[in-house]
Design a protein around this ligand. Structure first.
Ligand code: ADP
Ligand code: MG
Length: 339
């Protein structure tokens, strides 16, 4: 008969082998980083948790999948197909567009995902050109989320001539999807999608908050201030991000005013929006930029869940009273005002 101690050792060894083979071995908490190039930008993801590596792999796959779904310039994408054929059945795109149409309505049309004809007329992606006023009015006649998109269940139909561009919400939606990958695996971390951020969970055991530097418009290393936040999307739209200078010296940037069909001249150089969901943060950063200081302030007064930091051409930084305890001004070249 075998000694009971040897028997127990064999059982423990067998259990360890079974656990290892089944992948259920107790994991250690790890911190990892990954860089992904998608949606025309560099994305940096950090993750901490027992399943951090797995979360990053899934996040990378998801970012590439979403790029292939929403990029209207990739002929095989769902959006390109919808633009070409005028109709499409797609559950995910239908629910995304429902939210986009609602955001357009909520912003009085300042955010509008049907602006592709105008975006193409200005062609900023290829160096830019100033379209004639006829071109602008023809393009404008093909825009308007309220009348040109209809959604019934999973079926989407576009009015003839409508072309969608999801450039102002793609990263916000992608951030939401990555956040849920993190949350489902109890992973914390930062999701930086080309300057737009989402912080998930506590920074560390000692500090729940992350410090996020708000970039100075047009500067590569200067900052305007520091935000101490978590579980929030922080999205910035700025006129300095993509622009071209015409022969007469006029600078034209990439955020278009859907009313005029031209780059918004709102007196703002940058808008940062903080919100609980990525799609709203992204769409509203673009929309508040178009609205300008007074329009943005009137909008924000009715939206207690949205906070913003507006930077004017004259060097004023205006920020929501709700940010008073979490935003610290850091740049003496600017004046700061709470509203
Ligand atoms: P970024 O892409 O630099 O983060 P935004 O989120 O502000 O900037 O999106 C700007 C992009 O969205 C433009 O390049 C264009 O493709 C599209 N766009 C421009 N103006 C508008 C608008 N008023 N509403 C919706 N989309 C817009
Ligand atoms: Mg945006």
């Amino acid at each position: 008969m075998r000694h009971p101690c040897i028997k127990r050792s064999i059982s423990v060894l067998l259990l360890c082998i079974i656990l290892l083979l089944s992948g259920c071995a107790p994991q250690k908490e790890v911190s990892c980083t990954r860089t992904v190039f998608a949606m025309d930008t560099i994305m940096t993801l950090t993750a901490t948790g027992k399943r951090a590596e797995e979360a990053l792999t899934l996040a990378e796959e998801e970012l590439l999948r979403l790029d292939a779904l929403m990029n209207r310039h990739v002929q095989t994408s769902a959006v390109a197909r919808l633009n070409r054929e005028g109709m499409l059945e797609d559950k995910e795109l239908a629910s995304l567009l429902l939210r986009a149409v609602a955001l357009s309505d909520r912003t009085g049309g300042a955010f509008d995902c049907t602006l592709a004809p105008l975006i193409d007329a200005w062609d900023i992606a290829n160096g830019g050109r100033v379209p004639s006023s006829e071109e602008i009015s023809t393009a404008l006649s093909l825009t308007g989320s309220d009348t040109r998109i209809s959604i019934r269940g999973d079926e989407i139909a576009l009015a003839p001539g409508t072309v969608l561009d999801l450039g102002a919400i793609g990263k916000g939606y992608a951030g939401e999807r990555v956040r849920s990958i993190y949350e489902d695996r109890s992973v914390t971390g930062s999701i930086a999608l080309g300057g737009d951020n989402c912080l998930v969970g506590a920074k560390s055991k000692d500090s729940p908050y992350w410090r996020v530097g708000l970039r100075e418009p047009g500067s590569s290393d200067g900052i305007i201030g520091i935000l101490r936040i978590t579980d929030t999307f922080t999205v910035t739209s700025g006129s300095y991000e993509r622009f071209f200078t015409a022969e007469d010296g006029t600078v034209y940037h990439h955020i278009l005013d859907p009313k005029t069909g031209c780059p918004a001249r709102s007196g703002l150089v940058s808008v940062t929006v903080l919100a609980k969901d990525g799609l709203s943060a992204d769409a509203l950063a673009t929309a508040l930029f178009v609205m300008g200081e007074s329009g943005a302030r009137a909008f924000l007064a009715k939206e207690p869940d949205i906070s913003a930091i507006l930077i004017t051409e004259s060097g004023k930084v205006l920020y929501s009273a709700a940010l008073k305890d979490v935003f610290s001004p850091e740049n003496e070249a600017y004046t700061y005002e709470v509203f």
